[in-house]
Design a protein around this ligand. Structure first.
Ligand SMILES: Nc1ncnc2c1ncn2[C@@H]1O[C@H](COP(=O)(O)OP(=O)(O)O)[C@@H](O)[C@H]1O
Ligand SMILES: [Mg+2]
Length: 248
């Protein structure tokens, strides 16, 4: 579903990504771990198209998207959850989701289609809200949401286009234990045919949710394997997991 090979990215003197390759099958639950500055977010930016690689190739659902814009990748099936500063804060969760749906489908701008498009958009908005646990918050203005609920909404927005691959960058960062619990059940409930790539510092979450783990270090893949293989790797233990209790 997603295949990156030999990605390189340099920022000035800093080689942030050094030949990273990664492959996600349909329905994958794949985690990326590694210390701060290892290049995890840069890898996400490369995959999402916000940063252009100096070398390497990215295939999404069999198509070469190495030079495609973030929007083109989204239309090809890539969803990414990120902090949004462009939400309509005083409008409802439902309206924000419906507008995102209309924007994604490119419909609704023609007056004659608007009513039916809006209805379909509303229905899809409600469906997505339900899936991320925001069904009760549909009528609430975005500005009134808690931090955790806002991050749930960001995942909902990423799901609007029915992506085949979903990128989640530290979905539980800054959350209370209760909010983390809600995010975990959200992740548990994602469609089984959706490939999920997650950057996460919470090792309990990583080892309980991922079936495959890539360990990055200094922009390089240090190790890739199943949770058991990562746990058993002395290389990973020595360079990362063994360092402390597993912060990133
Ligand atoms: N746009 C940028 N310009 C310059 N340096 C950057 C940029 N983005 C990331 N970096 C640098 O690349 C390295 C990897 O960063 P990042 O991918 O954010 O790591 P991680 O997410 O693993 O903590 C860091 O040293 C960071 O400072
Ligand atoms: Mg990061």
């Amino acid at each position: 579903m997603l295949e990156a090979s030999g990605l390189f990215k340099r920022f000035g003197a800093l080689q942030a990504t050094r030949g990273v390759s990664l492959k996600l099958e349909t329905g994958a639950r794949h985690a990326i771990i590694g210390p701060n500055g290892a290049g995890k977010t840069t890898l996400f930016n490369l995959l999402a198209g916000e940063v252009k690689p100096d070398a390497g190739q990215i295939l999404l659902d069999g198509r070469d998207v190495t030079h495609a814009s973030p929007d083109a990748r989204a239309r090809t099936g890539l969803g990414r959850s990120f902090q949004r500063n462009n939400l309509f804060e005083t409008e409802s969760v439902a309206l924000n989701l419906a507008l995102a749906d209309i924007a994604h489908h490119g419909a609704g701008w023609h007056v004659w289609r608007r009513l039916s498009a809006d209805r379909a958009a509303r229905a899809r908005a409600e469906d997505v809200a339900e899936r991320v646990g925001l069904a009760d918050a549909l009528a609430r203005p975005v500005a009134s949401l808690s931090y955790g609920a806002r991050r749930q909404l960001e995942v909902a927005l990423a799901l609007i286009g029915e992506p085949k691959v979903l990128l989640l960058d530290e979905p539980t960062a800054g959350m209370s234990p209760e909010e983390t619990g809600r995010m975990l059940s959200l992740i548990d409930g994602l469609p089984t045919d959706l490939a999920v790539l997650i950057v996460e510092h919470d090792m309990d979450l990583v080892f309980s949710h991922a079936t495959r783990i890539t360990v990055l270090n200094y922009g390089e893949v240090l190790f890739e394997g199943s949770p058991d293989e990562v746990r058993a790797s002395t290389l990973v233990q020595d360079t990362y997991l063994g360092r402390d209790s597993g912060t990133c």
